[in-house]
Design a protein around this ligand. Structure first.
Ligand code: E4P
Length: 216
């Protein structure tokens, strides 16, 4: 299971990367906008912190424009993965980019049909948005399960990247479903580490240790 951070907050990325558990980063236009800084500046910093797949999204909606953006983004660094929205024009772009050897992350996936088409087009990653489906009373994790099963049926090489994850339960369920990658907001990654019984247990061990007589 690979863990990506779903943020463009460089301070958070720098801090959490010290855990040694962050394999990559995903961004999107909303996350970039939240930072209030120029795109390229943020991207250069992220690329210098994490040596793994870094997803950067195109904003064009027609295949020719997406291709121009994607080629420019891919030139920035070998770790760049170009995020392409799951629309017909996006699938055309993904097909072409896969022939050029440019890695893609097909985003805004909300159905198994869409995921199958993305794999057929040669996507490197597919991003089912679990939380946004939950938001409309559809069990988002069912989609992850379906995609994993379909890709296994046909031996597609596309990695399933569970996205829009909002809690540790999402993380565990995605792992049980066989997702290859989970992209997590920083706060959720921190939650994964914490358990109250660990804190209480450690506190007791340290308190008891103080009662141990010294050797001399
Ligand atoms: C995925 O790559 C997206 O950036 C992200 O997971 C969307 O999450 P949200 O639905 O919480 O905005």
């Amino acid at each position: 299971m690979q863990i990506f951070l779903d943020t463009a907050d460089v301070k958070e990325i720098r801090e959490l990367a010290t855990l040694g558990l962050v394999d990559g980063v995903t961004t999107n236009p909303s996350l970039i906008a939240k930072e209030g800084r120029p795109f390229r500046e943020i991207v250069a910093e992220i690329l210098s912190i994490v040596d793994g797949p870094i997803s950067l999204e195109v904003v064009g909606t027609e295949a020719p424009g997406m291709l121009v953006e994607a080629r420019e983004l891919a030139k920035l660094h070998k770790n760049v993965v170009v995020k392409i929205p799951l629309i017909a024009e996006g699938l055309k772009a993904v097909k072409q980019l896969s022939q050029e050897g440019i890695k893609t992350n097909v985003t805004l996936c909300f159905s198994a049909c869409q995921a199958l088409l993305a794999a057929k087009a040669g996507a490197t990653y597919i991003s089912p948005f679990v939380g946004r489906l939950d938001d409309i009373s559809v069990v988002g994790m069912d989609l992850v399960r379906q995609i994993v099963a379909i890709y296994e049926n046909y031996n597609y090489a596309t990695f399933v990247l569970a996205a829009s994850l909002r809690s540790p339960i999402h993380f565990v369920d995605a792992a049980l479903a066989g997702a290859h990658v989970c992209t997590l907001p920083p706060a959720v990654l921190r939650q994964l580490i914490k358990h109250p019984l660990t804190d209480i247990g450690l506190e007791r061990f340290l308190a008891d240790w103080k009662k141990v007589p010294t050797d001399r």
